[in-house]
Design a protein around this ligand. Structure first.
Ligand code: PLP
Length: 240
């Protein structure tokens, strides 16, 4: 069985190779290690190998891990579902929140971001998979422009880009089409002057297609950590 160092080296090599094959600048695609089902010791192991950015989906679990890793000065991304009443905790602990799909959430995050912290980085989630359960706003340029404009006016958050997921079980061609659609929306916002630098798309099963379509940040769980060791019973209740 490959250990976590082997997996990290393999994913890093494949990322670099895909950048080169796709004519992308080496190092232009950031690796977000999705540690949601994994232990502090795995996080520490990856941090020792140079990994800085970690993604979590379950708030209570995440806060525990963040406290235990405080000495490492890692950068934490929240990539789960967001509940209105959890915005205070998100705003005071995370560096990034990826799943923004309503203005009220961005407003609360801005209002609750402590004044002594830098603006909270946000990505708007767009539903490019046609699966209602996935969340995200519809891939409609007008609605997206309105939401982006409103978020850009909030003082304590900074709109960095868009996030999306291809459908589970999609073919490579369907993944490529979905990622291409998100890239088109992203390019449209930048033509309108938003200056976005983050296109968060691609997971363990589809990140080469996402990079080919212009991803700047891939969110990788299983390919780095292996399958979850055991179900963590508090996930449903702690889910945002
Ligand atoms: C869990 C998760 C990932 C990572 O998925 P893997 O298939 O394990 O790479 C990426 N993005 C989001 C939003 C997730 O919830």
């Amino acid at each position: 069985m490959p250990n976590i160092s082997d997996r990290f080296n393999l994913v890093s090599r494949q990322l670099r190779q895909t950048e080169i094959e796709q004519g992308r600048q080496p190092g232009s695609v950031r690796l977000l290690a999705v540690s949601k089902y994994h232990s502090v010791s795995d996080i520490r192991h990856l941090a020792a190998l140079g990994q800085r950015h970690f993604g979590e989906s379950y708030l209570q679990d995440a806060l525990t891990k963040m406290a235990e890793c405080e000495d490492l000065n890692l950068t934490w991304h929240f990539i789960g579902r967001i509940q209105k009443n959890k915005c205070g905790a998100l705003a005071s602990h995370f560096h990034w929140v990826h799943g923004i799909d309503r203005l009220i959430i961005a407003q609360r995050l801005s209002r609750q971001r402590p004044a002594n912290m830098p603006p909270l980085n946000l990505c708007i989630q767009v539903n490019i998979s046609d699966e209602p359960a996935k969340g995200g706003i519809p891939p409609d340029p007008t609605g997206l422009l309105e939401l982006s404009t409103a978020i850009s006016q909030l003082p304590q958050v900074r709109l960095r880009g868009l996030m999306g997921m291809a459908a589970a079980g999609a073919t490579a061609a369907e993944q490529t089409a979905a990622f291409g659609q998100l890239h088109t929306l992203f390019a449209g916002l930048n033509r309108a002057g938003f200056g976005l630098d983050t296109l968060s798309m691609g997971m363990s099963g589809d990140y080469p297609q996402a990079i080919a379509a212009g991803s700047t940040l891939v969110r990788i769980g299983r390919a780095l950590f292996g399958p979850p060791a055991e179900p963590r019973p508090n996930h449903q209740s702690a889910k945002l």
